[in-house]
Design a protein around this ligand. Structure first.
Ligand code: CUK
Ligand code: CUA
Length: 624
């Protein structure tokens, strides 16, 4: 099979105009094809026999699908899609009362970066947080049920692209904005950009018991674009680092105008300090949020020059350094927190921008790593042996190098154009050094063709040896921006929703199913069990409900099959409604019966040999 690789070269012209040239390189067939023996050994590495499990969960962002994808590693089998920012008829997400309220009418989201809750800088496996770049939201997924537990809207933001990341003990979930916007999203002419537009960072807190977010405070920053960010670890645990682009304040044609400066900035913020100021009441209430300007407090914010238009910034597992990847400058820059703190201590500033002290690049930078021909570094992951792994979007490869020395150890192609990669526990204080998945933006001819647009692609590498070994490619729906690979022992999913006699709206036996009418509201307290619905135990047709046209109907359904994986669905024919109840769960479907007629109700989730019989009727009496 002849393979084609895409190589896009980005070159700067004299006028600063950037032209992206795309050309194709033919991979040599012999080079590419591995031997049958090789294939066998690769296959054995990832084969998970029936009855055994993968070692890792890969929790991957679903990009503009708004969903979370759950994969097993190393098999790369997709296990589940968890709807987060987008309604999902397969699970009734966004149809039942609770999830509908949570989605607040939004029908899409742009899920960029997952962040698993951490304790001491390591995944604790309890919750996963996600940012919605499309509609300014943050979500929490409860990893005991893989259900979205809460969603919070973030005012004053223009797409929280640079989040989410959590501080060492999940004190905060931080979400820096991508686009600067006037506060409150108000109207302000683009000519007033520098004065009126702000780049805001949201600092959210999550209460694990109540499973609820609250917005602790926001940080008001200059109208730069914040691209990616990370939380410090250990010695740097009080800090967050963020890359910026568009320090040119361009308001149009960003491709060119935001790529003028040779240097943009890394911004360092001390969240601990700001937390203290907020506690003392040193903030302004703006748009209902506690807003702090870090420039008002000494020691809260610094900038460090970095080569132009950086993308990712990642803190090393020991917390001593951070690495910026230069989207347009083909190098990784290693910075030292120690050196930054020293310069701060001595007030050794080279400049000031927007009232922010700028630390001297030469004094904070440790080294620039510039593998020849490696172009478009985007993000960095780590292993347990002091190595970093960088994805190269333009030259389509993964580069392994030593953090201490900058020595390049290995380079392997990826197919094609990787954005992020994810290594097993590779962004924690304790990476495992086992697997790395490159999350590619382009699949080209990797899989059976499905037309002009293809899935994205993921490459699995074994990184346990000195050299990386490419094992396999797997398709993935758009768009895998980032993933975290979490050891299976850290996630403790429930088998059931526990029976709770006091749960609101729950009915736990067939005999207790009943219907209550209050004015034009009809509340059905029903149960679902193999293989029937019971809405009204006293009726001689317990699985039929009659209402009047225009009534507001509530189906409060409890699944009383306390048996793992026996989920019942609930679809109403012609009413465009479907939801589900998982074992032991109670859910409510609320709607106005505006259509008169006779509507079959049926279980949409195959649950037993008599699943087809699991049905009933909704009868809506016409008004007149
Ligand atoms: S970003 Cu997607 S490749 Cu929007 Cu995390 Cu870097
Ligand atoms: Cu219950 Cu099918």
């Amino acid at each position: 099979m002849k393979r084609k690789g895409i190589i896009s070269a980005v070159s700067g012209l004299a006028a600063g105009v950037l032209v992206a040239a795309v050309f194709f390189a033919d991979f040599n067939k012999e080079e590419k094809a591995s031997s049958a023996a090789d294939n066998k050994s690769k296959a054995e590495k990832v084969y998970v026999p029936y009855g055994e499990y993968d070692d890792y969960y890969m929790l991957a962002s679903g990009g503009h699908s708004g969903q979370l994808f759950v994969y097993g590693v190393p098999s790369m089998r997709k296990i589940r899609t968890v709807p987060v920012f987008t309604p999902d008829p397969a699970t009734g997400y966004g149809y039942d009362e609770n999830t509908k309220k949570m989605l607040g009418g939004y029908t899409w989201g742009d899920f960029h970066h997952p962040a698993v809750s951490e304790t001491k800088g390591d995944y604790d496996g309890e919750f996963l947080f996600a940012n919605d770049v499309g509609n300014n939201r943050v979500a929490a997924v409860d990893l005991s049920t893989f259900h979205t537990a809460d969603i919070m809207s973030l005012p004053n933001m223009g797409g929280p692209h640079a989040g989410v990341f959590v501080t060492e003990n999940t004190e905060y979930i931080a979400l820096p904005t991508r686009f600067a916007r006037p506060l409150g999203g108000k109207y302000a002419e683009l000519d007033k950009y520098k004065e009126e537009y702000k780049g805001v960072v949201s600092m959210a807190k999550f209460d694990r018991d109540k499973k609820k977010f609250n917005l602790a405070y926001q940080i008001m920053l200059p109208p730069w674009s914040y691209d990616l960010s990370d939380a410090g670890k250990k010695m740097s645990g009080d800090w967050i680092v963020m890359t910026t682009y568009n320090t040119e304040f361009a308001t149009t044609n960003l491709e060119i105008n935001a790529s003028q400066n040779d240097r943009d900035y890394i911004v360092l913020i001390n969240w601990k300090k700001l937390e203290g100021e907020v506690a003392k009441g040193n903030y302004k209430e703006i748009e209902g949020v506690k807003m702090v300007d870090p420039r008002d407090y000494k020691g809260a914010i610094y900038a460090i020059p970095v080569s132009k238009s950086p993308h990712g910034v990642d803190v090393t597992p020991d917390g001593k350094r951070f690495i910026a990847a230069g989207k347009l400058a083909p190098l990784m820059t290693v910075f030292s927190f120690e050196k930054a703190f020293e310069a701060i201590e001595k007030e050794d500033y080279s400049d000031e921008k927007f009232g922010i002290p700028v630390l001297p690049y030469k004094k904070v930078m440790e080294r620039e790593v510039d593998p020849p021909g490696a172009l478009g570094p985007l993000h960095t992951q780590f292993d347990d042996k002091g190595n970093a792994y960088n994805t190269m979007f333009i030259s389509s490869e993964v580069v392994k190098w030593k953090v201490d020395t900058g020595e390049v150890i290995d380079r392997k192609p990826s197919y094609f154009s990787p954005g992020h990669s994810s290594a097993a526990e590779g962004d924690t204080v304790d990476p495992d050094g086992k697997w790395l998945v490159a999350l590619n933006k382009i699949a080209k001819d990797n899989f059976l063709s499905v037309g002009p647009s293809h899935p994205e692609s993921m490459d699995l590498f074994d990184i346990s040896g000195e050299e990386m070994e490419h094992i396999m490619a797997a398709p993935v729906d758009p768009e895998p921006h980032y993933a975290q690979i979490v050891h299976k022992d850290k996630i403790k999913p429930k088998k059931l929703y526990e029976k709770d006699e006091k749960r609101k709206n729950a009915v736990w036996s067939k005999e207790d199913a009943h219907i209550e009418r209050k004015g034009n509201e009809v509340h059905v307290y029903g149960v679902a069990l193999r293989s029937k619905f019971v809405f009204d135990a006293k009726s001689d047709r317990p699985d039929a409900v009659t209402v009047n046209q225009g009534d507001r109907v509530f189906f409060h359904m409890t699944n009383i099959d306390l048996d793992q994986d026996i989920t019942h669905g609930f679809g109403i024919n012609d009413y465009n409604l479907n939801f589900e109840v998982q074992p032991g769960q109670t859910n409510t479907l609320e709607f106005v019966a505006d259509q008169a007629g006779t509507f079959p109700i049926y279980c949409t989730n195959f649950c037993s040999a008599l699943h087809q019989e699991m049905s009933g009727y909704l009868l809506v009496k016409p008004k007149e």
